[in-house]
Design a protein around this ligand. Structure first.
Ligand code: GLY
Length: 569
């Protein structure tokens, strides 16, 4: 029966065999790709990758390297991450039964509530969850990284923070992506004296080639180097942020900072054709849906068709559609709401989804699920992966959410505060910046963590991590991660091609397949259109940072779409 279905499918698509894989190109392949026999780091910034490398060179371990990258990338990419934000991290070292998932996601302030972004008529107040002090969740990054480092790091915190402090105080040239972000958020940054002081030259926002020095951030990092997370959560830094929040009429209090807690969680777990896959559990939706997508396509011989064959794209897109419908219906912070995690990641459920996908026809959004929920997400996040030859691995995705988060910097701190509150559903049924959908389980509640898509993921084979992967880009994160895993393990593409191949994304609402601008092969596009798909060519924004363990060698690739760097030894 299975064989007959396979032959019919093959016949249906026999006219459109697609074997060439269009690749996205970057500046210089050597920056993006590296091989090593001891350690490997892939991150979204050259200075940040070098910060991690310098830890290994000083005799530090993988945790020292991860902490150094985290603080350095906070300085190098103030538009997308930082100590005013939060994130998730998976850590594994030999001897552990499975990786540990660290959750240092922001929390909703104690005074927040489900109607805080609505006017008296119940309508959303435009941009209130995106710009300004009401958009800010209690930051978790400092607590997460400092606690991880305290337990597992080897070098003193002062050494780990040194590269970040130097980068902040000496400064660096504004690069094109940073300049684009500054331009896009100039009006918001200009409203807050703490922000304007850093990112403006007089009355104009900084641009490519300007020298960006972050003196106040350097001072803040020095405090953290000296007394760990204390000054941030109980000392002058918390006080400065709360003072600015009061000035602006916001909700943040010193109690919020005192009560912030990191959670160690059990990662979600599944398998793909015999390989073990571990990824982030709620409050991220990422891991559950990466597994759900992989499970849905697992029984197909997609390798036979090829990466961009219409059947591959159709089936995978339909799996993505269902994942996003379920995400809207079920996902939220499991400390507050019930999430049917086991069911969503089960092979049984995936088989049921698979059976409902017609072989030559797109499913409409109404057919996938009769629902009317809404969901918010942003795409300006960062990810890094690190692996060592002894079989240790760290993957971490970190964010302040949108470009320059809320736009608020509390004077004297240099910290760009997140706008992670926008990752909550501000109202069930409203459409967000990115057109994604969310629901009841993700409404704002005091101390709850907003739903995320961040999917730091490790794949294991024969008892050791063989693949480390993750990316920024909001809802696209989980589909980009799933595709990279499929490209590498299903289609057997080399690592560089697995990362560089044109990607696609379907998120149920809007009802379209979005692809990198370069686009899928024309024959694939035509077949998909015939099946009823709308295709939207608009870059997905993913910047995959991947590392593979191949024949006793570490192989790192930083996405050639971005400004990152892979480096190892
Ligand atoms: N703010 C992006 C995410 O958490 O997925």
């Amino acid at each position: 029966m299975k064989k007959a279905f396979f032959l019919i499918t093959l016949l249906f698509y026999s006219c459109s065999s697609v074997r060439t894989v269009p690749l996205m190109k970057g500046k210089d392949r050597d920056t993006y790709e590296s091989k090593g026999r001891e350690y490997m780091i892939s991150s979204q910034g050259g200075a940040s990758t070098n910060a991690g490398v310098s830890m290994f060179e000083q005799g530090g371990n993988i945790v020292d390297a991860a902490a150094a990258v985290s603080f350095a990338i906070s300085v190098e990419r103030p538009q997308s991450t930082g100590i005013g934000g939060g994130g998730f991290l998976l850590f594994y070292e030999p001897g552990m039964k499975e990786p540990i998932a660290f959750d240092f996601r922001e929390k909703a302030p104690l005074k927040s509530h489900s109607k805080m972004y609505l006017d008296k008529n119940g309508n959303e107040i435009p941009r209130m969850s995106l710009d300004g002090i009401f958009a800010v969740g209690v930051p978790g990054l400092v607590a997460g990284i400092v606690e991880l480092h305290k337990k597992y790091g080897k070098l003193p915190l002062s050494k780990v923070l040194a590269p970040a402090i130097e980068l902040a105080e000496k400064g660096f040239k504004v690069y094109p992506e940073l300049s684009r972000a500054l331009k896009a958020r100039a009006a918001v940054l200009a409203k807050y004296p703490g922000s304007k002081k850093i990112f403006f030259k007089g009355e104009r926002v900084m641009k490519t080639g300007d020298h960006l020095v972050q003196t106040d951030l350097g001072q803040t990092l020095r405090s953290i180097a000296k007394d760990g997370k204390r000054s941030f959560y109980r000392g002058w830094i918390a006080k400065a942020i709360v003072k600015e929040s009061w000035r602006l009429g916001g909700l943040l209090s010193l109690r919020d900072f005192k009560k912030y807690n990191v959670k160690k969680r059990k990662p979600v777990f599944g398998t793909y054709k015999g390989k073990k896959v571990y990824s982030m559990t709620p409050p991220s939706s990422g891991g559950i849906h990466v597994l759900q997508i992989l499970n849905t396509v697992e029984k197909e011989d997609l390798n036979h068709f090829g990466v961009h064959h219409p059947y591959t794209v159709h089936l995978t897109s339909a799996a993505m559609q269902q994942a996003f419908a379920d995400r809207a219906r079920y996902l939220g912070d499991m400390d507050f709401v019930k999430v049917p995690l086991k069911k969503l990641t089960s092979k049984k459920y995936a088989n049921k989804i698979r059976k409902g996908i017609p072989k030559e026809k797109a499913l409409t959004k109404e057919q996938v699920m009769a629902g009317n929920f809404d969901r918010k997400e942003s795409d300006h996040t960062t990810h890094f992966s690190i692996m060592t030859a002894d079989g240790s691995a760290i993957v971490s995705t970190q964010t302040i959410n949108g470009w320059f988060g809320s736009g608020v910097v509390a004077p004297g701190t240099g910290i760009v505060l997140n706008n992670e509150m926008d990752d909550f559903s501000t109202k069930v049924g409203a459409v967000n910046l990115f057109g994604a959908v969310g629901g009841q389980n993700n409404l704002v509640q005091a101390e709850k963590r907003p739903l995320s898509s961040m999917s730091p993921t490790l794949v294991f084979d024969e008892g050791r991590p063989v693949f480390a992967v993750g990316t920024p880009s909001g809802t696209r994160i989980l589909t980009c991660v799933a595709q990279t895993i499929l490209n590498y393990f299903e289609h057997n593409l080399p690592l560089y091609e697995s990362v560089a191949a044109v990607r696609y994304h379907h998120q149920w609402y809007p009802d379209e397949i979005r692809t990198d601008l370069k686009g899928l092969p024309i024959s694939t596009r035509n077949s998909l259109k015939k099946m009823g798909y709308k295709i939207n060519r608009k870059n997905l924004g993913c910047r995959i940072q991947a590392i593979a363990w191949e024949r006793n060698e570490l192989h790192g690739v930083s996405d050639p779409r971005g400004e990152g760097m892979s480096l190892g030894k």
